[in-house]
Design a protein around this ligand. Sequence first.
Ligand SMILES: [Zn+2]
Length: 493
Amino acid sequence: MILSYVYKLRPSGSQSAKMQSWLDMLRATYNWCLADRIETYHYSFIQGAYCSLRTKAEAYPLTCCIVKNGATGNPWKNNGKKRNAGTIQDAALVDLKAARPWYKSIDSDVLQRNIARLNTAYKNFFDGRGFPAFKNRSNFRSFEYKPGRVKLKGILVYLPKIGWMRFFNSRPIPDGFAVRSVTIRRRTDGWFISVRLEDKSIPELMPRPTSEVKTAVGLDMGLTKLVHCSDGSDIPNPRFATNQKTKRTLSIRQRRVSRTKKGSRKRKKRAAEVAKLHSKVSNRRNAHQWQVANKLVKKADAVVVEDLNIQGMVRRCKPKPDEGTGCFLPNGQSAKRGLNRSILDASWGELINKIQYAAEKSGKVLLKVNPRDTSRECSACGHIDKANRDRERFICTRCGHFDHADKQAARNIKRKAVTEYGLKLVTKKVRRDSAEPKQLTLFETPSVELTTSKGRKHDTRKGKRCVPGNLGRQLELFSQDMWDVSSAESPFF
Ligand SMILES: [Zn+2]
């Protein structure tokens, strides 16, 4: 099993200066190597034999490796085999150190891992992801050691070529786990070390097979409440980035940045304050999401969520050009911007990832279902209609079933999982005289039934003619808008 733990480092002044200078040098080689690969790719379009002017190495476009992922240098190994771009650039590190002796201060493993990082970026590109980008200071903030080089001892960590450094040993490494590769990362609030731990005797985490699932809970992600569960409970949305207080603080700090002179030391300080707020928000969100995920996983064997396309949801509205003048008409984007921010602040995707991890860790499973019609379908009769839903309320236009729209959706999600995955759920039988199941923990909001005393509720109903079944709740719903229930004009009482 592989675990990944993150600790905060406590480098001395000279140590952090050294790590920063490493980052700058590594970034320079990374960008150089990337430019090198792009350039050699373009050589491949030159017809005929030629030699590279810089390295004097012979290169024949039809025979050498530069077509796909080549680089300058001798494309052949001594045994006659082709070398790929990664190995060529790796071997060129010797020349780099000869030409620029200050690169000798960097651990050679770190330099090699840096080239490997570009290799990975290219591999991702050939797998269909984006083309590797040139890095600047803000997006090149880490370097990596190979497995077995870094030692941890008490509150000290040994980093080759940097030395012993203190760190906050916030969680112990479990027994039997060995330290594998280690990444040092600079964040706005300091330096961090992420340690990959491996124990080969423990098997990888495996989700529970769907045939063994006995209970399931459906989750509907939302904004007014972060999660609605199919068992009727919900988890409020804390809105870490989009609440009034954070928005105000952010705008104040951003304004302070804009009032400073560009390139000044003060501007850097002010910008750091903005970055600090952002990192604080994301730390809070992360911590909260872990709590929520662990709590949700305890509810059932299988947690069912919608397979949402969040990127599509936050896409900008299409521009609407005016045909006569060529100007642009209002397209609703400014109104959507606030909604998009709220969606990104809720970060459902991250939460789902955490739920998945928590589920697998406790031997449960996360299932994803198609989100189509989950909030339009009636869970009582299966009738699908857009008009069923009126914001928070759900009223079936065919059978008259009334429910809270999001809870209804959560139940539909659970039902979908049962049909799509063929779950065989076991319903628990509750004796009528048994005690009420446990109620109210940290995140649950008290429902109306729990907050009003039971005796009183019973008294008000006494002696009144009751409307049977679900219809009674429906009538209550309409009466909220149209007339006061207690007034004498009400035709229902
Ligand atoms: Zn219905």
